[in-house]
Design a protein around this ligand. Structure first.
Ligand code: P1T
Length: 384
């Protein structure tokens, strides 16, 4: 059967993979080498220097392309390094329309690094796709979005945005970190570029920092491969191996993340001490119908606001959690809790982050795959 015909659960294990040519190793060896012998200048076996290409990273890049239904995968030293490569496709004077609810580090990269080089960013709510068109002009080259967004869990209509991008001949890049291709495949919905912090669900065990891009178009891939080599922000063979191994169980882990996420979201929604819960699986989520149309389930990321809470009260709650670990990051097997205002989104000025709802009392959960009874009990003792 052609690999492209495999279902996701099989692609996660077999996608882009073949036994090692040397000894038939089922898992690709970790080619912990920086360089490769040449019989004569340029006389090599496909690899000459590991920044340019490494066999273990190639295996990961093929797996990434397979699970996102793309043709070309690229792996980087971190998610932000992957985003950096996308923005380096642009030139001074170009403009980007970006979701105003996004990872704090992405906002910082855009505002504090790339604005210096003459790239202009417009941060807007994208829940209603029609507002985007007002910000598109002759200099716009890229629409950047996440869905669900970090941390407000906004859902953005990839198909609708893709139609808009094509109308104005813009690139559409979707950060698919929160959903993963287990839940949604943006290239199938019209996106040009899919990006991941593979640090999260793809690696899945909080033991690696890696970024990923997947595209279908060869010219776009060639530009990104050029930038990957020329800027050099690549991941090493050991990190490539760890993410490749993580992807093999992505489907079973995501199934449990979704089950536990639903149960935690419903527990929080039923707790009288909670004012608001943000989770795309609720029928009263503003874009629940769009979520249902582009996601096969609703994931393990949840944000909530305790009733009558504030900055200090929210910190007290996350400090009291025992099974949920208070830490940056998300998407690992262990449940994590965070306080975006002081942690992941601290780099966004308060007045800016509050425009998208990231208030001082917001708490974000990455619901892991522990026993749900223990997770609920931990939340109960911390929230009361
Ligand atoms: C570390 C966290 N986020 C990283 C992240 C990134 C950056 O990925 P890094 O691998 O951390 O560089 C990009 N996009 C999204 C949606 C992300 O959540 C966090 O939200 O705790």
């Amino acid at each position: 059967m052609s690999e492209k015909k495999l279902k996701f659960n099989s692609k996660a294990i077999h996608g882009g993979q073949e036994p090692d040519k040397a000894y038939g190793a089922v898992m690709p060896p970790i080619y912990q080498t920086s360089t490769y012998a040449q019989s004569t200048p340029g006389g090599h076996q496909g690899y000459e220097y590991s920044r340019s290409a490494n066999p273990t990273r190639t295996a990961l890049e093929k797996s990434l392309a397979s699970i996102e239904n793309g043709n070309y995968g690229l792996a980087f030293a971190s998610g932000l390094a992957a985003i950096d490569a996308v923005i380096k496709l642009l030139n001074p004077g170009d403009e980007v329309v970006s979701t105003n609810d996004l990872y704090g580090g992405s906002y910082r990269l855009f505002k504090q690094v790339f604005e210096k080089f003459g790239i202009r960013f417009h941060f807007i709510g994208m829940q209603n796709v029609h507002t985007i068109e007002e910000y598109i002009n002759g200099n716009t080259k890229l629409i950047w979005t996440e869905t669900p967004t970090n941390p407000m869990m906004n859902v953005i209509d990839i198909r609708a945005i893709s139609k808009l991008a094509k109308k104005y001949r813009l690139l559409l890049a979707v950060d698919n970190t929160f959903a993963t291709p287990y839940l949604q495949t943006p290239l199938d919905l019209g996106a040009d570029i899919v990006m991941h912090s593979a640090t999260k669900y793809l690696g899945g065990h909080s033991d690696v920092v890696v970024g990923a891009l997947v595209v279908r178009d060869k010219d776009l891939a060639d530009k990104l491969y050029f930038l990957q080599n020329a800027s050099g922000a690549v991941c090493g063979p050991m990190d490539s191996f760890l993410v490749l191994r993580g992807i093999k169980t992505l489907h079973v882990r995501m199934q449990r993340h979704c089950e536990n996420g639903k149960a935690v979201a419903e527990y929080l929604a039923g707790n009288p001490k909670i004012e608001k819960v943000y989770w795309p699986g609720f029928e009263n989520h503003p874009n629940h119908d769009i979520a249902k149309s582009q996601m096969s389930d609703f994931g393990g990321m949840i944000s909530f606001v305790p009733k009558g809470s504030n900055y200090d009260e929210a910190i007290k709650i996350v400090e009291k959690l025992k099974l949920f670990t208070l830490a940056e990051s998300l998407g690992g097997v262990e449940s994590l809790a965070g306080h975006p205002a002081s942690m992941t989104h601290a780099s966004i000025p308060k007045e800016e982050r509050e425009k998208s709802g990231v208030v001082d009392s917001l708490i974000r959960l990455s619901v892991g795959i522990e026993d749900i009874r223990d997770l609920i009990a931990d939340l109960e003792q911390a929230i009361g």
